[in-house]
Design a protein around this ligand. Structure first.
Ligand SMILES: CC(C)(COP(=O)(O)OP(=O)(O)OC[C@H]1O[C@@H](n2cnc3c(N)ncnc32)[C@H](O)[C@@H]1OP(=O)(O)O)[C@@H](O)C(=O)NCCC(=O)NCCS
Length: 219
């Protein structure tokens, strides 16, 4: 079994001792704040180390047909372990730079070395500071786990983390009008519809309209 801070914390249910430092974006807050994995009743929210690329790759391979209709075109090499080892390294750098927090959702129902332990992702990206203090949220869940309230559970933990860690004022999340599950999830989490953007993102080879929503801190 590969070792790493992710496994250590998943085994013991204790905060990751190898916490990742990220800069505060606030004018008045301390210069550096630390990221720690979070647990919920059924999940871990983690930033896997590059050594865990195989488990992340398996998640995306298992869910290719399920996720691709809703997400931008995959870059070359996306379905390779090398891509994910590099990407997980980059994720840590983005956190340290204060530009994104890309979390993976890990099931607590299976062992820390189970090959299918990664069951989702929650990305807080495009973090903009200053007068905006905002980011964009994106997410996906393993097709075998949809309809169990797991993404809601993950985001009820992940959203406060993002607000606090980066001192955000607003989290934006946008979905295609046909993606009813995504719309329902956002409403339950308190996101409010703010607009409708035509041809907003190129998904699955075509420009797609999106419903624009956001959640304000404390709302
Ligand atoms: C969007 C997506 C994450 C939503 O998944 P989801 O499982 O419906 O989300 P939730 O965690 O909110 O679960 C809600 C469902 O679980 C059910 N549920 C079962 N047990 C539950 C529990 N203990 N608590 C809450 N809900 C529970 C709810 O009734 C609801 O099902 P329903 O809509 O059939 O009534 C998922 O469909 C997905 O990955 N889609 C593909 C990628 C995608 O669309 N990404 C977003 C792009 S904008």
């Amino acid at each position: 079994m590969k070792t790493g801070s992710w496994h250590a914390s998943a085994r013991t249910d204790k905060p990751d001792p190898g916490a990742i430092a990220a800069p505060s974006l606030s004018c008045n807050a301390p210069a550096v704040v630390a990221f720690h994995p979070r647990s919920t009743d059924r999940l871990w929210l983690l930033m896997p180390p590059p050594a865990e690329a195989d488990a992340v790759l398996r998640y995306f391979e298992r869910n290719r047909a399920h996720l691709e209709p809703w997400e931008p075109a995959r870059p070359e090499g996306f379905y390779t372990e090398k891509f994910w080892a590099d990407r997980l390294t980059q994720n840590r750098q983005e956190l340290a730079d204060g530009t994104a927090m890309r979390l993976f959702v890990v099931s607590r129902a299976v062992g820390p070395s189970h090959p299918d332990r990664v069951i989702g992702s929650c990305n807080f990206s495009n973090i903009v500071r200053g007068a905006f203090q905002s980011c964009t949220l994106g997410y996906g869940l393993d097709h075998r786990h949809v309809g169990q309230g797991l993404m809601e559970e993950a985001l009820r933990a992940g959203i406060p983390m993002a607000f606090e860690l980066f001192d955000l004022h607003r989290i934006q999340a946008n979905y295609q009008p046909t993606n009813e599950r995504s719309g329902k999830l956002l409403r339950r989490l308190g996101f409010v519809v703010e607009g409708y953007a035509r041809d907003y993102l190129c998904i699955d080879g075509q420009w797609r309209d999106h419903v624009l929503t956001s959640k304000l801190r404390g709302a």
